[in-house]
Ligand binder design. Structure first.
Ligand SMILES: [Zn+2]
Length: 255
């Protein structure tokens, strides 16, 4: 099996796929799309590892605790250390800061949980899969003072300045299907260098055009790739190759 592209951020373990998970996965793999399934707590992280272990090639896992305050779990590194021993686990996340989904006084707790996951990433030399919402500057400060590893900023929606600051410390920026229908991303996609950009679906959420409003899936990452090619005015082939190289480098994947 040879892969043309990779969706670096998917949630195939979510219940949205209970009826046809295998079909969705096979559609991706047979169409040349590999993907990384990302956990949001210990249960979904464990499911991501199980899913990755079911397939010989093309399915990977990232394990961690989502920063939002509606995730009901106190982060326990021991539970994640065990998952990190699996060779298909290629990163830690999604972790970060989410000041949109926050309870009063929640920032300190979010910061501590984030730092604990950065320390785990340092310990295992694994990249971070960052979820940052309304908190780019705080996340940057924490990374600069704690992280010895790099990573990817998932669903990047910051300013050009913030993009530059993440790029300067070696973080790639990934974009979802939102760029296929929201014009305000064009400048950002144009700005991020070809060797520092990644594509993702964040499925089942935010399906790209022409699937808007429907359930999303990893094979639709091709729409994100073609939008990047359109914005950067480069052939799809070149973009696909560059994105594969970026993902392999960041996550140590051998595709
Ligand atoms: Zn996600």
């Amino acid at each position: 099996m040879s892969f043309r592209r990779i969706d670096i951020h998917a949630h195939l373990n979510f219940s949205a796929y209970n009826a046809d998970r295998e079909e969705v996965i096979n559609r991706a793999l047979e169409g040349g799309t590999a993907f990384i399934n990302v956990g949001t707590d210990n249960v979904t992280s464990r499911e991501s590892v199980e899913l990755a272990n079911k397939y010989e090639k093309g399915v990977y896992a990232i394990v961690g605790r989502h920063p939002a305050d509606n995730v009901d779990e106190i982060f326990d590194p021991a539970k994640y250390r065990e998952l990190l021993k699996h060779p298909k686990v290629v990163g830690i996340g999604e972790c970060g800061l989410d000041y949109f989904h926050i309870l009063p006084g929640g920032a300190e707790k979010q910061k501590n949980t984030f730092i604990a996951q950065i320390e785990l990433a340092n310990e295992f030399s694994k990249p971070l899969m960052l979820h940052v919402r309304d908190a780019y500057d705080d996340a940057l400060a924490i990374l600069k003072s704690h992280a010895n590893v790099v990573g990817d900023v998932h669903f990047f929606a910051g300013t050009i300045e913030q993009a530059r600051a993440f790029l300067d410390i070696g973080y790639t920026l990934s974009f979802t299907g939102v760029i296929t229908f929201a014009k305000q991303y064009e400048e950002l996609v144009e700005f991020v260098p070809l060797d520092m950009i990644q594509a993702e679906t964040d499925c089942p959420f935010v399906a790209p055009a022409p699937y808007r409003g429907k359930r999303n899936e990893p094979s639709y990452v091709s729409e994100v790739v073609s939008k990047i090619s359109q914005i950067k005015k480069l052939p799809v082939d070149n973009i696909e190759k560059a994105l594969l190289i970026n993902a392999k480098r960041m996550f140590g994947i051998d595709l």
